[in-house]
Design a protein around this ligand. Structure first.
Ligand SMILES: [Fe+2]
Ligand SMILES: [Fe+2]
Length: 143
């Protein structure tokens, strides 16, 4: 399966976060393949995407809150807007009121890449400036 690997401008040298971003991009890429007729279980993947978005946002928000990140509210708000959009879109598709189209997926990918390169990068830089290393794993353990 072809995947689109995230480019260096996406990488923060924070393995837990970089891996999660890659997973999100991979899930959207799989949905794009689905729209092109190469994926049998599109609804399952759409559900996985919603779950994984929630997991990733929760992880980031927990880390940011724990370290008193100054732009926490603004960051969380961006997450909320994106999640509400995906939820609304998935619901309409589930009810047969809309189809999963390539332009919708392109929008999701664009939003995500902008968020990673802009809003997420800001916290990654702030953490570096503060000398804080994010070493938590997604399940909350500190290795
Ligand atoms: Fe992120
Ligand atoms: Fe984020």
């Amino acid at each position: 399966m072809a995947t689109s690997h995230i480019t260096p401008s996406f990488k923060f040298e924070i393995p837990a976060i970089d891996d999660q971003h890659q997973q999100l991009i991979d899930l959207i890429t799989r949905l794009e393949q689905g729209v092109n007729g190469f994926l049998p279980n599109m609804f399952g993947v759409l559900e996985d995407l919603q779950k994984y978005v929630r997991e990733h946002f929760t992880f980031e928000e927990e880390v940011l809150r724990k370290h008193n990140y100054p732009d926490f509210d603004e960051h969380k708000h961006e997450h909320e807007v994106f999640e509400a959009y995906i939820k609304h879109m998935a619901r309409r598709i589930e009810l047969g009121k809309a189809e999963l189209r390539l332009d919708v997926l392109k929008f999701l990918k664009l939003w995500l890449t902008r968020h990673i390169q802009g809003t997420d990068r800001k916290y990654a830089e702030w953490f570096k400036q503060q000398g804080i290393a994010i070493v938590e794993s997604p399940n909350g353990d500190t290795p």
